[in-house]
Design a protein around this ligand. Sequence first.
Ligand SMILES: [Zn+2]
Length: 122
Amino acid sequence: MKDPLAPFACFVCYMPDVASLRFDKKHGMPYVSCCACGARTFCKSMSAVRGVFRTARVVEALIRQMQSDPAARALRERDADEDVRALRDHIERVAAARGATETAREDVGHVGSVVPVAAAAK
Ligand SMILES: [Zn+2]
């Protein structure tokens, strides 16, 4: 049986062995914390924790596939790039509708600038 508190792959940044299950000091509520991207996901039940563990295994399988299959990796990177582009377009439309300044639009420019699987494949 795997140690339930051992690090696992983060479903936000797709880095292997960077997320871990922790417990909120005040209420003892379980949450996932990623030391690579800083994501925090709070779980209100053990069924949610179960989903976290299941998802981590799926993400780990996808990372292995992307590391061993350049075509699969290119396809997933392209899909992710398209999603990020769509998000940027959405943000641009919302910012334009609100009359935001150019500086405010540049604040979201870092989205999608990191490709963590590339670092993990080295
Ligand atoms: Zn992460």
